[in-house]
Write a protein that binds this ligand. Structure first.
Ligand code: SF4
Length: 437
């Protein structure tokens, strides 16, 4: 029996697509290999957003080529963003071990057809396997924004929304199989439905999904700060399953840099949005993405970013040093910043972020929170609360169950707590002990 292995880099959309590829292979009679060394075919689902992940892909392609030369297997199939823009380089490194390069802009169906041909098999489509308590569901692929640093519009193509019916049918199927939390996905999710001429597509799909019986929690990624409206926020307030977590990628705190990035908002417009979120959702956590060292970024620009970070007090920042991506406008800009400067700025923000994250997490100590159990260990369970904080809980629970937890400790990464029942029992026995003493 032929064996496959899938290696995934990058975003949640790639994670979703890799799940689909795994189903495809299994439905076609292949079995999953333990590792690359054990496989006949390795599918590499690549990411081109940063230079680092592109390099990782090349080194995997090179490693597979070495194995292939020695053992006559495995072969690699490369898809995703790097496959869209760097086919030549992939084939140069992987030589004969590269069986297929499938552009990430092609639909899953087209890529399944190419695989069918290559494998010489008949594939009977089966519905999605469901393993997790939460599942990703893409609602829009691609992006039309062309932020000047970003390769995504080139690698994933222009915006293509799935119809409402298609999305709802997939979510219903997942809920039927026991999924509790659904994360709707899109590169710029606020644009959902524009290509299908839906009027308020994004907020309406949230409202529709929110109504589905069996759903406990609803999240979405990634919104664009320029496209959020007050009306969206007000309508979101009515959605009882929507988690109070806003991921609002700001990228820089300098108006000059935001303009060069072509982000479509100013710092004060972003701050207004944050203010509205904080007012309408006082319990919400707010996270962001920031790029340091964008071409021409001065100390003053960086100071502006620092000021924004200190003012907003994000729960978490996904920080990255600017990485030039061939083909984008920013890669050709004058004033590229030295790596040592980017590193220094990155470290400065990391330190600030660590301190703020720890402080914000510690504010949960003594409070109750609800955790959806994802992992069960012998004497603890791990999951996330509605604000998307990772919580380690002392006590027993079942996967997929939502437990009430009293937070007893916290650091910059997680919260720790005990099940409400356990906490009450401990307090009672402490009291009994004191009384007996
Ligand atoms: S919105 Fe900008 S950063 Fe986000 S995927 Fe589109 S082009 Fe890239």
């Amino acid at each position: 029996m032929r064996k496959f292995k899938i290696v995934t880099y990058g975003c949640q959309i790639n994670v979703y697509e890799s799940e689909k590829f795994a189903e495809f292979f299994k439905s076609s009679g292949l079995v999953e290999a333990k590792g690359i060394e054990d496989a006949d075919i390795v599918l590499l689902n690549s990411c081109a957003v940063r230079g680092k992940s592109e390099q990782k892909l090349y080194s995997e392609v090179g490693y597979i080529n070495k194995l292939f030369k020695k053992n006559g297997k495995p072969v690699s199939v490369v898809t995703g963003c790097v496959a869209t823009v760097k086919e030549k380089e992939i084939r140069r490194i992987g030589q004969k071990s590269v069986a297929l390069v499938m552009k990430g802009t092609r639909s899953l169906k087209e890529r399944f057809d190419a695989l069918k041909q290559f494998l010489g098999i008949e594939f009977v489509e089966q519905r999605r396997e469901v393993q997790g308590v939460f599942a990703y569901v893409p609602i829009i692929f691609g992006c039309n924004n062309f932020c000047t640093y970003c390769i995504v519009p080139f690698t994933k193509g222009r915006e293509r929304s799935r119809t409402k019916e298609e999305v709802l049918s997939e979510v219903r199927f997942l809920l039927d199989k026991g999924t509790k939390e659904v994360v709707l996905l899109g590169q710029n999710i606020n644009h959902y439905g524009r290509d299908l001429r839906y009027k308020n597509g994004f907020i309406e799909i949230l409202e529709e999904v929110n109504k589905l019986p069996g759903l406990e929690r609803l999240r979405y990624l990634t919104p664009h700060p320029a496209d959020f409206t007050t009306d969206d926020l007000k309508r979101m307030q009515q959605l009882n399953k929507l988690c109070p977590h806003f991921h609002l990628p700001v990228q820089s705190g300098s108006d000059r840099i935001l303009k060069l990035m072509k982000r479509g908002y100013t710092v004060s417009q972003y701050e207004d949005l944050i203010e509205q979120v904080k007012k309408l959702f006082p319990e919400a956590s707010i996270t962001t993405d920031i790029i340091v060292g964008f071409p021409t970024e001065t100390e003053k620009d960086f100071e502006d970013t620092k000021r924004l970070v200190l003012n907003v007090e994000f729960d978490k920042i996904f920080l990255a040093a600017y990485s030039p991506r061939e083909g984008t406008v920013a890669a050709k800009m004058d004033g590229q910043i030295e790596e040592s400067v980017k590193k220094e700025r990155l470290n400065t923000l990391l330190q600030i972020e660590d301190e703020i994250s720890a402080r914000k997490n510690r504010a949960y100590i003594g409070k109750m929170t609800e955790v959806l159990v994802e992992t069960v260990k012998e004497n603890e369970v791990i999951g996330r609360n509605p604000q998307d904080k990772l919580v380690i809980v002392e006590g027993k629970g079942r996967r997929g169950e939502i437990v009430s937890v009293k937070v007893t400790d916290a650091d910059k990464m997680h919260l720790r707590g005990v099940l409400r029942g356990t906490q009450e029992k401990d307090e009672r026995s402490a009291l009994e002990k004191t009384e007996n003493d």
